[in-house]
Design a protein around this ligand. Sequence first.
Ligand code: DGT
Ligand code: CA
Ligand code: CA
Ligand code: ZN
Length: 580
Amino acid sequence: MADTLTNREIADVFTTIADTMEVLGEDVFRTRAYRRASEAIADLPVPLATLRAQGELIAVPGIGKAIADKIAELLDTGQLAFYERLRAKVPAGVLELLRVPNVGPRTAGRLYTELGITSIAGLKAAAEGGKLNGVKGFGPKTVATLLRDIAAAETRDQRTLLFEALRAADSFITALGAACPAVQQATYAGSLRRGRETIGDLDILAATTEPGIVVQAFTTLPLVARVESSGREKATVFLHNGLQADLIAIEPALWGAALQHFTGSKAHNIRFRELALARGLSFSEHGFKPLSGGAALPCATEEDVYAAIGLPWIAPELRENQGEFEAAAAGRLPQLVELDDIRADLHMHSDWSDGKASIRAMAEAARAQGYTHMALTDHSAFLGITNGLDGERLRQQAAEVAALNSDYATSGISFRILHGVEVDITADGGLALPDDVLAALDIVVASPHVKLSQPPEQATERLLRAIRNPHVDILGHPTGRLIGSRPGSEIDLDAIARAAADTGTLLEINAGPERLDLDAPSVRRVLELGAKLTIDSDAHHPDNLQWLRLGVLTARRGWAQAKDVANTWPLATLLEWIAA
Ligand code: DGT
Ligand code: CA
Ligand code: CA
Ligand code: ZN
């Protein structure tokens, strides 16, 4: 059986009904009953299902017969036909407009019917483009306020970066295990397990035969700031850092089914269920039910779950319904790159430019990661770069690198520092250092840092020039985007990928938590066009080397295999590639 909806979810349905009716221009009096019901439900201390079982729904002030029937339908089916019909009349993006402060349902309705606006982005564009001028109620002052309100809505909706969410989930799971011996196994699922670049909330699964004890331990962990809801097998809490975490306690025998369900994505799950139904199986987080009524199927592991529909296990990073089912059925799933495959980090900084540690400290940290080589790539001297290196300082730095390498050699340590640079790509695609300086280095990363909002043709031409420069080995953070704060330059990715494949220039997945640039869809595309990648931390401190994990997740979401990623190659192979 599907989980019954919570009071909160049902309250939200009634609010959305009221909003939608108002957007459609319905009388306020007609919508008022739904708003009152929503408020009444949100305040209830007991689950609606319990009240209903006791026949006490209509005893609640604010809940009449009509509303009580709708609640019953929602509790029984998880859906409400009336709501679905209403919802079909208004694009979802129109209701999204209500997240902007001071935009109510009536305004949203007018923006939609008079201007065809169906998203916050569309509203922003209309306001910026002067399209609201002359619309009743939108004087110049209102438009200025509106733009500020839109900006506020955008920051409030920010999702959490993958890096922060991973850290929070790791410590949360460790704390849960330590606090509660009834937890046999615990892990995170959801978008975090799929390695998405931002995370809405944490979905934590715990295998146990004593769900009540686990829920109790979960909701009382010191990391928890506030308990939103807690039931027999589930709880939702907010952590001190503002992240929401959902817990689901599971019988060990159903671990695989729950893990598969809560890993998602929703699109993957929907497709999975269709395939199961085609085999006469209904699937939920509680496992398979044969439609014929036969025996239940094993679901202790995810392998069991996929095997039941005749497929090999599919890696979480691929679960977006973007061709993974077809690949699995054809036996063509990629052998995804793994963190253990990585032998080197090819983009990092020292205190010679804006890094926080010496070259030796960075090298020791790279060795501690188990790497066999690394590239030191401090910044070139350029506009606005602190302490960038010119030709003279690069020559001095080369001597220090050589000394360190010979120390390693004489101590019998097999580790090599490649001497490189991260050279700036100027606005027109030139490089900030002369050819003879670049020629003397082992490896050159070229990156755009300034003028990232050029028109697409110019932005593309700029990168193409850099890619075609024979000294450039790696194109660093190609778009320059910063997640949640800067969109990055618009480039013709196909043209970039083809040029990179032609010249052998490696395209970087910069693993900085806010960069992840290239992003996963771009990775998949450039690989299809034959380009090769590097995954680099761009570390400015020894601790930052662990960011590489984020880049590996991004590469996996882009279907990358170890052979596609130059830092999985042995040093000799890399050096041959660079020389060619
Ligand atoms: P997020 O939290 O927004 O970054 O994204 P997810 O993917 O973690 O989504 P979340 O936390 O709402 O739900 C966790 C997983 O639960 C989701 O990936 C798939 C599953 N799930 C949630 N809602 C549905 C649903 O309506 N249908 C199906 N089939 N699965 C769902
Ligand atoms: Ca989630
Ligand atoms: Ca969730
Ligand atoms: Zn850098």
